[in-house]
Design a binder for this molecule. Structure first.
Ligand SMILES: [Zn+2]
Ligand SMILES: [Zn+2]
Length: 167
């Protein structure tokens, strides 16, 4: 699960923006850095990071910048059920995500088949499919370890059940 785009320098981000026909602006560069440093965060999280860096920037400006970068294909927006949208700078590789049901942590998992789209629809209804988005839901190692730990500390109810006169 190595992030392919990590370590991209600010000048690379400038080239990235120009390559998508966009002007290079301080808010766009700050948003790209925020997404690279905090992948899979929500727009609000990105706003906090960008504001800490730039100071004077409105929430709306950050949201608009995220939307523009997503429209242009520079960022990928992931919309898990029951969660605000998250943003990712790994685009175009059809990678998937693991999400913890308890703490909402999201991590990348490489595409199972390694090609786009990795799943073939049983019936494509004539659509030209170019992406298959897969979300694996479960419990992250930290939450699973915490749950195991608290289970061990709680007395089990087996003793009480044995005392039940109906047994
Ligand atoms: Zn978790
Ligand atoms: Zn991702």
């Amino acid at each position: 699960m190595v992030r392919l785009v990590s370590g991209r320098s600010p000048s690379d981000n400038g080239a990235l923006l120009r390559g998508h026909g966009m002007n290079v602006t301080a808010p766009r560069l700050a948003v790209l850095r925020a997404v690279a440093d905090h992948p899979h965060s929500t727009a609000d999280d990105m706003y906090q990071v960008v504001r800490a860096e730039l100071g004077a920037v409105s929430r709306q400006a950050v949201y608009d910048t995220l939307a523009t970068l997503t429209d242009k294909g520079v960022l990928r927006r992931i919309q898990p059920a029951g969660s605000p949208a998250r943003y990712d700078d790994r685009v175009g590789d059809n990678h998937h995500h693991l999400i913890c049901r308890e703490c909402n942590r999201m991590v990348d998992v490489d595409c199972a088949a390694g090609e786009v789209p990795c799943l073939t629809a049983a019936d494509d209804s004539g659509y030209e499919i170019d992406e298959a988005e897969v979300t694996y839901w479960g419990r992250c190692p930290d939450c699973a370890a915490r749950a195991d730990h608290s289970n061990r500390q709680q007395p089990t109810t087996t003793t009480d059940q044995r005392k039940d006169p109906r047994v």
